[in-house]
Design a protein around this ligand. Structure first.
Ligand code: DGT
Ligand code: CA
Length: 570
């Protein structure tokens, strides 16, 4: 989609402006615009056609013109000029987290390195050793950084996977030849990242389906075209496989291609023990077809309860399904609030009222508006004097909005020494305080652990947000001692967040499950900076489900009165 191209260009512009030491607010404006364009659910060209560009938050006259120029001509002069002002290859090198402008320049000038492959080769040949300012540690950080970026290219995040699948499914599902269609694989298991998309179709006319599939507009290349199975690669470099099966085998194929592989292997062993054979066509006894149309009947034939796709990783769910003891998982319907959202008081694009109205429209009964704290200047941190005005605005809105409550909140920064960015007498006035680390990610495990524990110990901190700071493809999770921080969280009644932003999903599934086991409550927050982003809640819920969480483990399932009681610290 052209949206992604424009968002990427804006991100690159922000990066170049940063190298050149431009105004941080201007840089931030490009980043924000990129983020908002990324979150649009329809083609930006439609916005231009209908004169609606301005309703996209963060798009003023200047950016609107740039978008129009790019959509009309496929080029942006401002960007091509700007690119000329830095050496070729610089942007590529800067994608590596540990490489800043200075190091990039050194690599370009001294070693003529222009891309990740050049850099990998140069390291292998030991050419970085002895360069001024490059220590052993720098080299090992660069190696890790290259791997991180490569991993980010190999797997897309869950939201991107959802968009790609949706485009294919919506192009196929209304064909008269298609009786049923669905996604399988890691996407159906709602894994945080997905390598390729697996689509299953029931149809008596596979040829027709294959033909339409191979000609969907975003397809760049057909990798394989068979009678019932085809693979394509999209313009964004995503592989999509489509298989057509018979109605009687749909459940069996869905089960098989949903995986995971480890889950499938265990299921097959269970079948064998029962004298059955299971494959992607069905369940068989002595060669005779028993069932296969739905997953439900297959699980039944295997003597076990239905296992939700999110749990199918062979980490204990199969044994519990055999004993009918699987936990009830949380679902999006259980969610009553968003507990992490920004407004235009800090770096959000919408007013508090707009955010609240959008939350209400989603069926929520409250929302916590958690703007950044004073020191985080580039993110529009709210000064102590502005807090009073913000509080007043919320009180005013709460009087007018029926059946809905806005919680006066903050996302307070935990500084590099572990102190909070507002004093206790200020923190005590908020309804809800979310605390998070935004700087000093490279500290030792001990230091980072201590910072988070400190925040837990503060009487007014209710939730630790995006606890590991990871950004898929851009920044690895920082290392904290989870046993220690979860213990501190339990002792102090502090919740941990599953941040629903697609490249965060932090806590991840694994850590969320561990938090639950250790008696720590979870809050799901979207960290929305724009009203439409509130819809990302479903990704946070997916991660919670993969972490085996039920509604009772998650704070946002409570009513506002219950919540305010539950988060109280003694
Ligand atoms: P991905 O694409 O890496 O994000 O993860 P998946 O789980 O979608 O993996 P994929 O696309 O390679 O295969 C889709 C499903 O097909 C997988 O979850 C289980 C099944 N499958 C693939 N290869 C095998 C295999 O060798 N043995 C068994 N039992 N199942 C397999
Ligand atoms: Ca897959």
């Amino acid at each position: 989609m052209i949206n992604q191209e424009i968002a990427q260009i804006f991100r690159n512009i922000a990066e170049i402006l940063e190298i050149k030491g431009d105004n941080p607010f201007r840089i931030r404006a490009y980043e924000r615009a990129a983020q908002n364009i990324d979150s649009l659910t329809e083609d930006i060209a439609n916005y231009i056609k209908e004169g609606r560009l301005f309703i996209i938050p963060g798009i003023g006259k200047d950016l609107a013109q740039k978008i129009q120029e790019y959509v009309a001509t496929g080029k942006l002069k401002f960007y091509s000029d700007l690119k000329k002002s830095i050496p070729e290859g610089m942007l590529e090198l800067l994608k590596i987290p540990s490489v800043g402008p200075k190091t990039a320049k050194l690599l370009l000038d001294k070693l003529k390195i222009r891309n990740l492959d050049d850099l990998g080769q140069a390291i292998k040949k030991g050419r970085l050793k002895g360069l001024a300012g490059i220590k052993e540690k720098t080299i090992s950080n660069i190696i890790k950084g290259i791997e991180l970026v490569k991993r980010g290219k190999e797997r897309m995040n869950l939201a991107q996977a959802g968009f790609v699948a949706e485009e294919f499914i919506s192009s196929l599902k209304n064909l008269p030849e298609v009786k049923k269609i669905g996604a399988a694989g890691s996407l159906r298991r709602q894994k945080e990242t997905v390598r390729d998309i697996d689509i299953l179709v029931i149809s008596d006319k596979p040829k027709k389906v294959m033909g339409v599939f191979a000609n969907i507009p975003s397809v760049r290349e057909v990798l394989a075209a068979g009678e019932t199975k085809s693979s394509v690669r999209t313009k964004d470099d995503v592989q999509v496989d489509c298989r057509v099966v018979e109605q009687r085998s749909f459940g069996a194929a869905l089960l098989y291609f949903t995986g995971s592989k480890d889950f499938n292997i265990k299921i097959r062993q269970i079948a064998i023990k029962k004298g059955l054979k299971i494959n992607e066509y069905g369940v068989f006894r002595k060669g005779k077809f028993l069932c296969g149309k739905t997953e439900e009947e297959i699980f039944k034939a295997l003597g076990m309860d239905f296992v939700e796709p999110e749990l199918r990783e062979n980490t204990g769910e199969i044994e519990l399904a055999q004993k009918s003891k699987l936990p009830r998982l949380i679902s999006i319907k259980d969610i009553k609030a968003d507990l992490h959202a920004h407004s235009d008081w800090s770096d959000g694009s919408n007013s508090i009222e707009e955010m609240a109205q959008a939350a209400k429209k989603l069926g929520y009964s409250y929302i916590a508006i958690t703007d950044h704290s004073q020191s985080l200047k580039v993110a529009g941190g709210v000064s102590v004097s502005d807090l009073k005005k913000k509080k007043k605005e919320i009180e005013g809105l709460n009087k007018t909005m029926k059946g809905f409550r806005i919680l006066y909140g903050t996302e307070v920064d935990i500084d590099s020494a572990g102190n909070l960015d507002y004093k206790d007498d200020i923190l005590s006035q908020f309804d809800l305080v979310v605390a998070a680390i935004h700087t000093g990610f490279r500290q030792s495990k001990e230091q980072l652990t201590r910072r988070i524990k400190n925040a837990c110990k503060n009487k007014y901190v209710h939730i630790i947000a995006h606890p590991t700071g990871r950004l898929w493809g851009a920044r690895d999770a920082y290392d904290i001692d989870f046993e220690e921080v979860f213990k501190a969280a339990r002792e102090t009644n502090t919740a941990f967040e599953i941040n629903a932003f697609p490249n965060r999903l932090d806590l991840n599934d694994h850590n969320a499950r561990r938090a639950k086991e250790m008696g720590v409550r979870i809050a799901i927050g979207t960290d929305s900076h724009e009203a439409s982003q509130l819809a990302m809640m479903k990704l946070g819920v997916a991660t919670a489900r993969r972490g085996w969480l039920g509604p009772e483990d998650v704070l946002n399932t409570l009513s506002v009165t219950q919540l305010l009681k539950a988060i109280k610290k003694s």
